[in-house]
Design a binder for this molecule. Structure first.
Ligand code: M6R
Length: 611
C-alpha cells in the first residue's frame, strides 16, 4: 500500500490489489483515490501473502468504476492481471475470445489481455502438464511471452497466478517498468518510487522484455524467451526526498524546492574558468558543430520550458530552433536529417508522445539529446545523449521545479553549443554562468515574499477566467501561468503574447477581467518594457484588473496596476526562472482556497504514458 501511495500521482481513478494465497487469488479494488481502497481493506482485510500486485489507474478504456478497476481476475479466479498503457488491437482479440466462449465483466482493454493470457496459460498447462517451477521455465512466464507477442500498442502487464505462487511475471512494451532489487525480496514498479522505501537498487528493463521475479531471483527474457539483460543502477534519492517534508502538499514543497533544483542542475557542470563540462553529452563535438537546426520536442509545461530555451539558444548559438509539441511533430512529415539536433524535454522521461516523436526523429537520422529528470527512464535511454535535471523527484501532478530545472539544463546545453561552435567568448559564457549561479538565492527571495500573492489569489477564489500576458521569454511564462491555473483551479485561463492581444483576444476584456502581466526589465537597450506597459494600458482602458509581475525598482508600472509583485533583478533571459514562481504560487493558493487537491487535480496523471 505504501508503494501504491507513492505511485498514486500517476493515476487516481481507482486502485486495487491482488495477493496469491493457498486458496487462490484474493483481491480488493475500489474506484476513486487510494484512500477508498485503504478503507475497504481496513473493513475487509485480505489474507496474509508473500506475493501480490497492486495498481492505481488513470482511465483510458472504460470509466473509473469498481468493475473497470485493476486487477482483473480471470481463469476461474486463479490469474490476476494489472496493466498500464493501451492495447490497440484489443477489439479483434476480444472478438476472438468471445467466439471461444469467454465472457467479460469490464469495458477495459486490460481484461482482454488478462483473458488472452489466461487462455494461453490454460493451453500450456494442457500441453505441458501441471504448472512448472519458479523461474524462466515457469508456465506463466511462457504464457506472458506468447501473449505479449500478440498484443499491439503500449503496455506494461503484470500477472500472478495461484498455480505458480511466489512469482510475478511482467511484460513491457512502450510503457515504463523497473525492477527493485531487495534482499530476499524483489519488486516491480512503474517507477522507483513504488519500492524506494525498501531498496535503491534498480534495474532498467529494455523494450519488449519479459521479467519474472521471485523473492530471490530476477530473470529477464525477450518476448520470444531468449535471455536478456537489464541495466542495474542506484537511485540517487531516497524515500525522504519523496515526502512532503512538512508542507501541506507536494506541490508547495516542490515550489519551495526550486532554489535547490536549479542549484543542483548547475552543480559540477562548469569549471572555475566558466568552461562548460557536460560529460553526459556523449555526442561527438564535431557532429554537434555541424548541426544546422534544433527541434525541441516536449508536451505541456516541458514544452513551455522549450519555448523559453528557444530564445536563449537562438540568441547564443545562432542555430534556428523550433519548439514543437511532440504529438504534432511526427504526423506532419517534418524536415529532419543528420544535421538536426533533437532536444526532447520531459520530467518523467516516459511521456509516450515525446518518446514516439524521439524515435521517429532518430529513424530520420537526427541526433537526439534528452533533458530529463528521471534517471533510467525510457526517453533518455533511447536518446543519443542525456542532460539530467537534478530537481529530485517531482510528485505533484502540476510540474513546478522540473520546469525551472529544465530551463536551466536547456540553457547549459545552449551555452555548451555556443562554446563548442565559438558563438560566444569564454568570458561571456562565464558571465552568464555567474548570473545563473545567483538565481537560486533570488528564487528564495521570491519565495520569502509569497504571502502577498497568496492573499490576492485567495481573494480571487470566485474568479471565472484569468488572462496572462507576456512578451519574449515572458510569453511562454504567461502560458505556463495559465496552464497552472487551469489544471489546479479548473478556471478558464489563457496565456497570450502581449503584442497579439490587439489582433483579437482584446475583445475578451470586459469590466473587472483579471489580467496578469509578466513585465520585462526596464533596464537595457532593447528592453520591451515600454511596449508591455502600453499593452497593460490598452487592457486597463477596457476595464481589466491588472496584476503585474515586474522587476524590483520598476516604479513605472505601479500606476497601471492594481497589484504589483516584484522579483529580483536579473538578465532578461534568466527572468523566467523568477517570474514563473509567483504564477505557480498564485495557482496553488487559488486552488487551495477553492478546496481542491493540488497534488492530484481531476482527470490528470503525472506520467502520460498513452498517446
Ligand atoms: O513528464 P513530461 O515532462 O514529459 O510531462 C509533460 C506534460 O505532461 C506535463 O508537463 C504536464 O503538462 C504537467 N501536468 C504540467 O503541470
Amino acid at each position: 500500500m505504501e508503494g501504491l501511495r507513492r505511485l498514486e500521482y500517476r493515476g487516481y481513478d481507482s486502485a486495487g490489489v491482488a495477493v496469491v494465497t493457498a486458496d487462490g487469488i484474493s483481491m480488493a479494488k475500489k474506484s476513486g483515490k487510494l484512500a477508498n481502497l485503504i478503507a475497504e481493506l481496513a473493513a475487509n482485510p485480505l489474507p496474509a501473502s508473500m506475493t501480490g500486485i497492486g495498481h492505481t489507474r488513470w482511465a483510458t478504456h472504460g470509466g473509473p468504476t469498481d468493475k473497470n478497476a485493476h486487477p482483473h481476475v480471470v481463469d476461474d479466479g486463479k490469474l490476476a492481471v494489472i496493466h498500464n498503457g493501451i492495447i490497440e488491437n484489443y477489439a479483434p482479440l476480444k472478438a476472438d475470445l468471445l467466439k471461444q466462449g469467454y465472457t467479460f465483466v469490464s469495458e477495459t482493454d486490460t481484461e482482454v489481455a488478462a483473458v488472452l493470457l489466461g487462455d494461453i496459460y490454460r493451453s500450456l498447462t494442457e500441453v505441458e502438464g501441471a504448472a512448472g517451477s519458479e523461474g524462466t521455465g515457469a508456465l506463466l512466464t511462457e504464457a506472458m511471452q506468447l501473449a505479449a507477442q500478440r498484443l499491439e500498442g503500449a503496455f506494461t502487464l503484470l500477472a500472478t497466478h495461484a498455480g505458480q505462487p511466489g512469482i510475478v511475471v511482467a511484460a513491457r512494451r512502450n510503457s515504463p517498468l523497473v525492477v527493485g532489487l531487495g534482499d530476499g525480496e524483489n519488486f516491480l514498479g512503474s517507477d522507483v518510487s513504488g519500492f524506494i522505501d525498501y531498496t535503491r537498487r534498480a534495474v532498467e528493463l529494455g523494450q519488449d522484455q519479459v521479467v519474472t521475479i521471485s523473492a530471490n531471483s530476477v530473470e529477464i527474457t525477450d518476448f520470444y524467451g531468449a535471455p536478456a539483460q537489464g541495466k542495474e543502477y542506484l537511485v540517487d534519492w531516497d524515500a525522504a526526498a519523496a515526502e512532503k517534508g512538512g508542507y501541506p502538499s507536494f506541490m508547495e514543497k516542490e515550489i519551495n524546492d526550486q532554489p535547490e533544483a536549479v542549484a543542483q542542475t548547475l552543480l559540477g557542470r562548469s569549471d572555475i574558468d566558466g568552461k562548460l563540462i557536460l560529460d553526459e553529452l556523449r555526442i561527438d563535438a564535431e557532429v554537434l558543430k555541424t548541426i544546422n537546426k534544433i527541434i525541441v520536442l516536449a508536451c505541456g509545461t516541458s514544452a513551455y520550458a522549450g519555448q523559453v530555451a528557444k530564445y536563449a539558444i537562438e540568441h547564443w548559438c545562432r542555430i534556428p530552433t523550433e519548439v514543437e509539441l511532440s504529438h504534432e511533430f511526427r504526423y506532419r512529415d517534418p524536415i529532419v536529417d543528420e544535421k538536426t539536433l533533437i532536444v526532447s524535454i520531459s520530467q518523467s522521461g516516459e511521456t509516450m508522445d515525446t518518446l514516439m516523436a524521439v524515435r521517429y526523429a532518430k529513424e530520420q537520422g537526427a541526433k537526439t539529446v534528452s533533458i530529463c529528470n528521471t534517471n533510467g527512464s525510457t526517453i533518455p535511454r533511447e536518446s543519443d545523449a542525456v542532460l539530467y535535471t537534478h530537481a529530485g523527484p517531482e510528485i505533484a501532478v502540476a510540474s513546478t521545479k522540473a520546469f525551472l530545472a529544465q530551463i536551466t539544463a536547456a540553457y547549459l546545453l545552449g551555452l555548451y553549443l555556443a562554446q563548442l561552435r565559438g558563438n560566444l567568448f569564454q568570458g561571456q559564457i562565464k558571465d552568464i554562468l555567474a548570473d545563473l549561479a545567483k538565481v537560486p538565492a533570488k528564487i528564495a527571495k521570491v519565495l520569502d515574499n509569497a504571502e502577498q500573492i497568496k492573499e490576492l489569489a485567495t481573494s480571487m477564489a470566485d474568479t471565472r477566467t484569468v488572462l496572462f500576458l507576456g512578451r519574449h521569454v515572458g510569453y511562454p511564462v504567461a502560458m505556463e501561468g495559465a496552464l497552472k491555473l487551469k489544471e489546479l483551479a479548473y478556471i478558464h485561463a489563457e496565456g497570450f503574447a502581449a503584442g497579439e492581444l490587439k489582433h483579437g483576444p482584446i475583445a475578451l476584456i470586459e469590466e473587472g477581467q483579471p489580467v496578469i502581466v509578466v513585465v520585462p526589465s526596464p533596464r537595457g537597450r532593447d528592453s520591451l518594457h515600454s511596449k508591455v506597459v502600453s499593452n497593460i494600458q490598452e487592457v486597463r482602458a477596457r476595464g481589466a484588473k491588472t496584476i503585474v509581475i515586474a522587476e524590483e525598482g520598476d516604479e513605472s508600472v505601479r500606476e497601471h496596476a492594481e497589484h504589483v509583485f516584484y522579483i529580483p533583478e536579473t538578465t532578461p533571459l534568466l527572468a523566467p526562472l523568477l517570474t514563473t514562481v509567483p504564477l505557480q504560487i498564485f495557482a496553488l493558493a487559488l486552488a487551495t482556497a477553492k478546496g481542491y487537491d493540488v497534488d492530484q487535480p481531476r482527470n490528470l496523471a503525472k506520467s502520460v504514458t498513452v498517446e
